[in-house]
Design a protein around this ligand. Sequence first.
Ligand code: NAD
Ligand code: MG
Length: 397
Amino acid sequence: MKGVTVLGSTGSIGVSTLDVLARHAEQFRVVALTANQDVERMAAQCREHRPAFAVMVDPNAAAQLREQLADMPQRPEILSGVAGLEQVAALPETDYVMAAIVGAAGLRPTLAAAHAGKRVLLANKESLVVAGALLMQAVAASGAELLPIDSEHNAIFQCLPPNFATGLEAVGVERILLTASGGPLREWPLDQLANVTPEQACAHPTWAMGRKISVDSATMMNKGLEVIEACWLFGTDTDHIQVVIHPQSVIHSLVQYQDGSVLAQLGNPDMRTPIAHALAWPKRFASGVAPLDLFSVGRLDFQEPDLARFPCLALAFQAAQTGGTAPAILNAANEIAVAAFLERQIDLPGIAAVVSGTLDALPYETVEGQDVDFLLDVDRRARAQAEQLVRNRGVLA
Ligand code: NAD
Ligand code: MG
């Protein structure tokens, strides 16, 4: 039996993870679940999965959960705060940690899991964007296993040989082809982008996801964050990554080798496939995902991304090339801008404007020899700057 902690269990990835775990209950024990505020869903998950620990980051939510579960026999120990998240990410009875908190808020608990030598199933791409060097160092030092859950990175992982960590060139790789659906705005008239509502931005054509990543997909900032994520996971740089728009989301990414071979991983767009892959690895087991029917897919299309339509993608490439604190600043500004867009304070083009303005306003620093507190301080400063820029743009009429 492997013990599993699910960080962000009430979210889209968290729910899919619990679905896969329940299909293999003879192999996994749910040790801990965590959420930010959603007490109702957490209470239901506790009754169904019977974890030993439940964390609500918000202390008031933790108190409410205690009340709601008062009648439960063998109820979980209920913790709160970031310290609670770090604690359940590093428990001795936990073998695998699903890192599925959204945003830089996932950094500390993901690092705690890495330091504790767990198998880290990484959905929280923002933690690699903010602190890639630290996270990769923590994994190497403790002997933790880092398995990508992001569908593209999971696909690339599946298309690489097991010894890829010796260097992509050494194993014959020419470049990574990172696929993107292009999101719901791929064909919107350019002059109408300022009128896009949060509902329209979140209506993803092929994937059902949390609201933040859905907006990131609409702006293609998601693909930009994924480029940075791929650089860290696979030890490469932006010159060896090409973004390919593939609207059907059936090919989840490809690896091109020096001999001309191109390997791809295909499947229906359902996150339970990469989740099951990482839980079972190096074996395989069922995920609950329907088999791919190529006849109903019919055709596969490919396009080059248009950087004028998707300025966030260009900003992310630049931040990746600048390095140092630039990706952390990019991520923090994006989190603020996306939240402001979802609250109808700025329009969709305002997201790129706030991110670009924040990157311009803050000096880039090296991250060499720096710790997580330094990076979280950069994150705080970038958020304050981005909030100022949101206020300057003014509330939408
Ligand atoms: P979501 O919004 O559906 O869920 C987020 C989870 O994080 C919830 O459980 C929430 O309670 C928790 N959370 C939110 N703020 C928190 C905070 N400040 N502190 C602690 N916990 C907090 O998000 P999601 O779509 O499941 O995405 C989770 C992560 O997985 C993101 O990093 C996203 O980029 C990545 N990801 C998601 C998908 C997908 O299909 N949803 C695909 C690839 C990668
Ligand atoms: Mg992805």
